[in-house]
Write a protein that binds this ligand. Structure first.
Ligand code: SAM
Ligand code: SF4
Length: 488
């Protein structure tokens, strides 16, 4: 069983195995609810609550933000067809699981959920979407014959046809094509978060990291046209969203397929120009495609948030080579130097895999020393999990689970010290905070800084949710800051 931990700025992954190691990780996105539907579509708003097809659906999401956002689009599509979203599987005619298979534990969770419907699923339509669907394919019908829909993310654009087949009574509907150059665009997206809107700008992945299922489960890299992205950002701003987060497995590998041929950094700048948008985030950046132009764009435009998630995976060039990460330790450190050379301080977070086959104590010591050199503001650590259809399955020299656990704990401890010191250095600073949570405790609020740190603070104001305020840092911990509202 693999465990991971994340400490520091707000969790970048959710059910995918991240664990907060007893440290405060800030308000969960699960607690934020919104009645917003967008883009503005009157028909969609009408169909919500009506049941043109007499259908109700329950949708549960596992995994990363890309899965969260895929689910928002799938929900939008269902709502536009007259389905109604319900809060519990019991109340639903159709139960959908949008799944993650990045580590074994995440994939197992899906099968245990499906097991719950062995007997009581007879009157329901059960569907498996996402990475486990793509990975296991038709075998899901063998393991769980009560499932009717198996659809990988690269086939979501065909969901309307698949839904029509289900509505016609077909009991075995599949969408397993992952060799496509199309992206999944819907007219309606049912966003869960009232403040931060996700937008996928690039789907799939053309890198071939030896441990990773994503190229197999999400298909080849395909970028969305810049005009379409900017149109959606304008619609979001009109709906009142002030923060957008551009998503992609390798977001900075974006290549505009339209005649504008916009560079990723130019796209960032143009998104920031949209009236009403105050913060622009992007994740995940791949080190190989990370260039000085991105740092220059952040320097030029204060709406581009000062946070970069730049997964290193290992500090050892030997292990990086075995992982097929396409950069050396030294090349990665050059990217860190670029970011540290920016005119304003930029937070850097990372992902690390411990216990990749063949990782020696010396290799692991290099990963530990990477933490010292890079001075990360947050680390998501994972024990290596062998996955189907990945090249590293063929590698010898597995690392015992016990050793993986010890190495993860050592990363955790070192990062705890680094982060505590980095947060302590923020005492007395005044920061812009976007307020996203009101505590049950009187006069207590919390929100995010542009570096994505969670900060709890006191204020005498009656209503602050959704606003930007100045907060002076008065205390700090490993995972969060505390402060007081100052004028402005
Ligand atoms: N595209 C991103 C990148 O290149 O860094 C990462 C996307 S992946 C969904 C998120 C993280 O999961 C990876 O950065 C890696 O640390 C971790 N991960 C992926 N495959 C893994 C595996 N087989 N075992 C353990 N961790 C894994
Ligand atoms: Fe997986 Fe590597 Fe692609 Fe990231 S870049 S999604 S780790 S193959």
């Amino acid at each position: 069983m693999n465990k991971a931990f994340d400490i520091g700025v707000e969790s970048l992954s959710r059910n995918g195995g991240a664990e907060t190691a007893g440290l405060e990780a800030g308000p969960s996105r699960d607690t934020v609810h919104s009645g917003k539907f967008d883009p503005t579509d009157v028909a969609a708003a009408k169909s919500f609550g009506e049941t043109a097809n007499g259908g109700t659906f329950f949708l549960e999401t596992f995994g990363c933000q890309m899965n969260d956002h895929d689910s928002e689009k799938v929900a939008g599509l269902l709502l536009s067809r007259g389905y109604r979203q319900v809060e519990t599987p019991e109340a639903a005619r159709m139960i959908l699981y949008n799944t993650c298979s990045i580590r074994e534990k995440a994939a197992q969770k899906v099968f245990s959920r499906l097991g719950e419907y062995r007997e009581r699923g007879a009157d329901k339509i059960i569907g498996v979407l996402g990475c486990v669907a793509q990975q296991e394919g038709q075998d899901i019908f063998k393991r769980a014959p009560w499932v009717s829909l198996v659809c990988g993310s690269a086939s979501y654009r065909k969901l309307p046809e698949m839904l029509a087949e289900l509505e016609a009574g077909n009991k075995r509907v599949t969408g397993l094509d992952n060799d496509t150059d199309e992206t999944f665009e819907t007219e309606i997206t049912r966003r869960d978060n009232p403040w931060r809107a996700y937008l996928t700008i690039i789907e799939g992945c053309d890198k071939a990291c030896a441990y990773c299922v994503v190229p197999h489960t999400r298909g080849p890299e395909r970028s969305r046209g810049s005009e379409s992205i900017l149109r959606e950002v304008r619609q979001l701003a009109e709906l009142g969203y002030s923060e957008v987060q551009l998503l992609g497995q390798t977001v900075n590998s974006y290549v505009d397929p339209t005649t504008r041929h916009m560079k990723f950094s130019d796209l960032l700048l143009e998104v920031a120009q949209v009236a009403g948008i105050r913060r622009v985030r992007f994740t995940t950046s791949h080190p190989r495609d990370f260039g000085a132009d991105i740092v220059e764009a952040i320097d030029r435009e204060s709406k581009l948030c000062d946070h970069i998630h730049l997964p290193v995976q290992s500090g050892s060039t030997k292990v990086l080579r075995a992982m097929a990460r396409t950069y050396t330790r030294e090349e990665y450190l050059e990217k860190i130097a670029l970011i540290r050379g920016a005119k304003r301080a930029i937070s850097i977070t990372t992902d690390i895999i411990v216990g990749f086959p063949g990782e020696t104590d010396e290799d692991f010591a290099e990963t530990l020393s990477m933490l010292d050199e890079a001075q990360y503001d947050g680390v998501f650590g994972f024990k290596y999990s062998p996955r189907p259809n990945t090249p590293s399955l063929a590698l010898n020299d597995p690392i015992p689970e016990e050793v993986k656990g010890q190495r993860l704990a050592m990363i955790q401890e070192k990062q705890r010290l680094i982060q505590t010191a980095r947060n302590l250095a923020m005492l007395g600073q005044e920061l812009d905070v976007f307020v996203s949570n009101k505590s049950r405790r009187e006069n207590q609020w919390s929100g995010h800084t542009t570096s994505n740190r969670v900060i709890s603070f006191s204020s005498q104001e009656q209503e602050l949710l959704g606003s930007y305020v100045r907060v002076k840092v008065t205390d700090s911990g490993t995972g969060s800051l505390t402060g007081t509202h100052v004028a402005g």
